[in-house]
Every structure is written in structure tokens, then in C-alpha cells.
Ligand binder design. Structure first.
Ligand SMILES: [Zn+2]
Length: 311
């Protein structure tokens, strides 16, 4: 196996491929990523027209920050995972469709379903997700990092600008969102697959055919018995570090601050492991087809166990 050397120092917090079990062990990997917005982006809830924001009390002052909801990232990563597996598995038919009756189309028999969970449909079992998402807070305040864009329609016949159609509050380029994904009781194969979907799902939010390009940067992988770091605390820490030089701070500097925060926290615990090299790139360098083969054998083990339970 060509990737057994990857992320070796967090191995104790991963499940060995020969030991996979539907029953989880107390092993967590927190994957911390910094998103750099490289385009105008619209982050809002379905049906709502307003940008998601949250007011946070900092030193007796309420400051509003844009918020990126974890389920936006989950949906984009899941679709990316489906298309990755579809490249290598013949007759792969797992997909994510939402209907009035709920979600349909998930096969409950693939690496994506076993990792990110699957409910509904015809099969009489559900799979709980082993990836946990949160809300992610921009480190730049709303009043600095957002603007209002109005869309006009141009009348084709008379070539004049028509009435304003809609106004959208957008997050501007070079906004930064630190995100933390917590993976519970996963194998190295599943972790690498997950990181590939993080790295490749780069269009996030509404109207993504016209904007919403986000680039993820590796911050740290943390292996421990439970989740150590929360996205809210991480964003507030960074905001306090950069608030006097906002818009003058590079993405690399923010990655450094995020790593400082992680190191401060993990120092208090024994036997925690941290990996701060460019894990997104390293996961990307693992051969897709070889990885999918290994994932398929893991899925077989899970499926055998499901059948045993349902006997
Ligand atoms: Zn599936």
C-alpha cells in the first residue's frame, strides 16, 4: 500500500483497515482547514435571502460576522465524493436527491454512505454519519468583508438596463473561514478519501455557477480521544490577532495563527497527536483508483456486519 506512510504520527487515532467495525472506537481526527474566499460568494439558508451572520460579544462590543453553515460544505463534499467514486466503480448509482418525502438515491452500500451517513430509501437500515460539521465564522467582520451586489436584466431589444431584479449581500474575495471537520472512528483510507473531497469541493453557497469559489488550506490534523478544538473559539482567536490589521493579513499568516491556537490547546493534553504539513496536497497525491479499491474492501466488511446484525 503506497500511502501507509502518510500522517504516520496520527496512526494511533485511526482504525486499521483489517479491524473495521460498525461499532465505533473512541478515536477522533479533527481536520482543520482554512477557506480563502476567492470570489463573490453568497452564504444563506435555503429559502432565505439574507446572508447568514451572527453577532458575537467581544470585549463589551457586539460584532457581526458572516457564517458558513457546515451542511453547505457537507452537501458539496458529498457530491464530490459521489463523482469521485463514479469514476472508478462500474454501475455506481449512489446520488443525493432531495424530494418532498426526504432524501432518496443514497445506496447505503458505498464508501460515501458509510462515511457521511445515509437514511431514508428502501433498505431497512440507516447509517450514521461519522463526519461532524459545525457553523464556521468568518474572521473578518461583516461590515468590512461584505458588500451589496444588485443584478440588472438587460433588455435584448432596446439594449438598456432594465429594472433591478435582486440585491444580494455577498462575502467579498479574501474573506477567511476556518473550518473544522471531526471524523469519528475512521480508517486512513476513509480519511484520505474525505480529504480529497474537501480539497475538490471548491464551489460553495448559492449561485455557484457565477461565483462562490473557495480555496482550502491545510492547517492541522489532530488525533485524540475526543474533539479538542471548536470552530467558534478558533475564529475568535484569529479575529483578535488580526483585528488591527484586517485586509492587510495574508492567508499564510492566518494559517500560522490557527496553528498557534491548536498548539496552545494540545499542550495541555498527553498523548494527543498533531500533523501540520500540507495534508490536503498529500492526500491528493494518493492514487484515486488504488484508494477506491481499498475503500471497496472496507465497505464489504461493513456490509457483512450489517447483514449479520439484520439476520
Ligand atoms: Zn452510497
Amino acid at each position: 500500500m503506497s500511502y501507509s506512510n502518510l500522517f504516520q504520527n496520527i496512526d494511533t487515532w485511526l482504525i486499521s483497515k483489517d479491524n473495521v467495525n460498525l461499532l465505533p472506537k473512541q478515536k477522533w481526527i479533527q481536520a482543520i482547514v482554512l477557506y480563502e474566499v476567492q470570489d463573490y460568494s453568497i452564504f444563506r439558508t435555503e429559502g432565505g435571502e439574507e446572508l447568514n451572520t451572527e453577532e458575537i460579544l467581544i470585549d463589551n462590543e457586539k460584532i457581526s460576522f458572516p457564517v458558513l453553515l457546515g451542511r453547505k460544505l457537507k452537501a458539496a463534499q458529498r457530491r464530490t465524493g459521489h463523482s469521485l467514486l463514479r469514476n472508478y466503480i462500474q454501475d455506481y448509482e449512489c446520488s443525493f436527491e432531495t424530494t418532498e418525502g426526504g432524501v432518496t438515491g443514497l445506496c447505503k452500500e458505498c464508501a460515501e454512505c458509510f462515511l457521511r451517513g445515509a437514511a431514508g430509501g428502501e433498505k431497512d437500515y440507516n447509517i450514521q454519519s461519522r463526519v461532524y460539521y459545525s457553523a464556521y465564522y468568518c474572521v473578518e467582520p461583516e461590515n468590512i468583508i461584505t458588500s451589496l451586489i444588485t443584478r440588472n436584466a438587460i433588455d435584448d431589444k432596446v439594449k438598456v438596463t432594465g429594472a433591478a431584479l435582486t440585491s444580494n449581500q455577498v462575502v467579498k474575495p479574501f474573506a477567511h473561514f476556518p473550518a473544522i471537520f471531526s471524523l469519528y472512528s475512521v480508517t486512513k483510507e476513509e480519511l484520505i478519501y474525505f480529504l480529497k473531497t474537501v480539497n475538490r469541493a471548491r464551489r460553495i453557497g448559492a449561485r455557484i455557477t457565477e461565483g462562490g469559489y473557495l480555496k482550502p488550506y491545510s492547517v492541522a490534523l489532530i488525533g485524540y480521544k475526543f474533539e479538542l478544538v471548536s470552530p467558534l473559539k478558533l475564529s475568535l482567536y484569529i479575529y483578535k490577532k488580526i483585528k488591527d490589521k484586517i485586509t492587510l493579513v495574508s492567508t499564510e499568516e492566518i494559517v500560522k495563527y490557527a496553528q498557534d491556537f491548536v498548539n496552545d490547546i494540545v499542550q495541555k493534553y498527553k498523548s494527543v497527536n498533531v500533523y501540520t504539513l500540507d495534508f490536503l496536497n498529500e492526500a491528493e497525491n494518493v492514487n484515486d483508483s488504488e484508494l477506491v479499491n481499498d475503500l471497496n474492501s472496507i465497505v464489504k466488511t461493513y456490509l457483512n456486519q450489517v447483514q449479520e446484525v439484520n439476520k
